[in-house]
Design a protein around this ligand. Structure first.
Ligand SMILES: [Zn+2]
Ligand SMILES: [Zn+2]
Length: 364
């Protein structure tokens, strides 16, 4: 049976999103679920499609921070039932070495599954009103829409008493910041953490570090973002402060144990390395667009630098931890969210690009 529903379609890298009727046929296949989307966060990676140099296929339905309610299951082996509330996360193959090692963010097929084409076996199941095929599912979901079909593997069941329409960003942006702190760094009480860039990922890292009992320094150039970081437990420091590394070393008793960069600024990355104590670890989550040259000695004395994808998370383990922390009042991610009707997706994008909102969530 063909299902028709509304979705925000991006037709060219320069155009606005347009709300259209799309068709999905048939749904869902064995091992998949059909989800009625309650809300979907807007993440930087959605907007980066415009700058993907044509690598992400269009026209497409973007959106990869969906959450909602299961309305249909494909076959008996999804482990989910109609009516379950779920958060959707990134796609992974389940069978490569990384997936077998519980590191699905480093799946051999991560780029092809999530960014550049989706699963071959269901490569062309969305069509527009004229019957033209749309790009395969974005991040295995395409959730800027009323419905999404996803592999059950990418859906995490959550407590139905939670506000499901706000939970989508736990599947990517907030998962990335919190996962870097909990998984990649293993922050312990008394550790010192620098967070560079107080956007959605950075502020989730601040909250997670605060929940871990760490001392935190947040660096940004927007006063209102710094005020948010301070509210969640960080010492705010302006990115253009004189001798930033010296100032941070002073605030962290001689140097921080961990630093998380969400800015991709080569200057701030070097400043962060100079702010680390010996054996300190700098994690990078933002994609670099320029060559990164390191100052001499930047990695001396056991300092290390690594890229962190999706917070090194197994979504089925981390998302329930984050909702439990939220229920305990220790991970107030909802304070970073502003909701918009899906029809206002272009306004949400403008607000996001202008820094007027930390995390837009679109409600279909
Ligand atoms: Zn894999
Ligand atoms: Zn994302």
């Amino acid at each position: 049976m063909t299902r028709r529903f509304g979705a925000a379609v991006l037709r060219s890298y320069e155009s606005r999103f347009v709300l259209e009727e799309v068709a999905l046929d048939p749904a869902p296949a064995d091992g998949e679920i059909l989800v009625r989307i309650a809300g979907c966060g807007m993440c930087r990676t959605d907007l980066a499609v415009r700058r993907s140099a044509g690598r992400s296929p269009l026209p497409a339905v973007l959106g990869h921070e969906g959450a909602g309610v299961v309305v249909e299951t494909g076959g008996p082996n999804t482990g989910l039932s109609t009516g379950d509330h779920v958060v959707l996360s990134f796609d992974s193959c389940g069978s490569c070495r990384s997936c077998l090692a519980a590191a699905p963010a480093y799946c051999d097929s991560f780029a092809s599954l999530n960014l550049f084409g989706g699963r071959k076996e269901n490569a062309a199941r969305y069509a527009d009103a004229s019957g033209m095929e749309l790009a395969p599912r974005w991040f295995g979901q395409s959730s800027f829409a009323e419905y999404a079909v996803v592999a059950a593997r990418n859906a995490v069941r959550v407590d139905p008493s939670l506000p499901v329409e706000l939970l989508g960003p736990l599947g990517c942006g907030f998962l990335t910041g919190a996962g870097a702190v909990f998984n990649s760094f293993g922050v312990l009480p008394g550790d010192t953490v620098i967070v560079l860039g107080a956007g959605a990922v950075g502020l989730a890292a601040v909250m997670a570090a605060a929940a871990s009992g760490a001392a935190i320094v947040a660096v940004d150039r927007h006063p209102e973002r710094l005020a948010l970081a301070e509210r969640f437990g960080a010492i705010p420091v302006h990115a253009e402060s004189t001798d930033l590394p010296g100032l941070i070393r002073q605030l962290t008793d001689g140097g921080a144990r961990y630093a998380l960069d969400t800015t991709a600024s080569a200057q701030l990355i070097n400043d962060a390395l100079r702010s680390l104590r010996p054996t300190g670890h700098l994690g990078l989550v933002a994609r670099l667009h320029t060559e990164l040259s390191l100052e001499p000695g930047a990695l001396d004395r056991g300092r290390k630098i690594s890229h962190i994808c999706e917070g090194d998370a197994v979504p089925g383990l981390l998302i329930p931890r984050l909702t439990a922390l939220w229920q305990a009042g220790r991970f107030p991610f909802d304070e970073l969210i502003r909701t918009y009707p899906l029809a206002d997706i272009n306004e949400a994008e403008r607000d996001c690009e202008a820094g007027r909102v930390v995390k837009p969530v679109l409600l279909p």
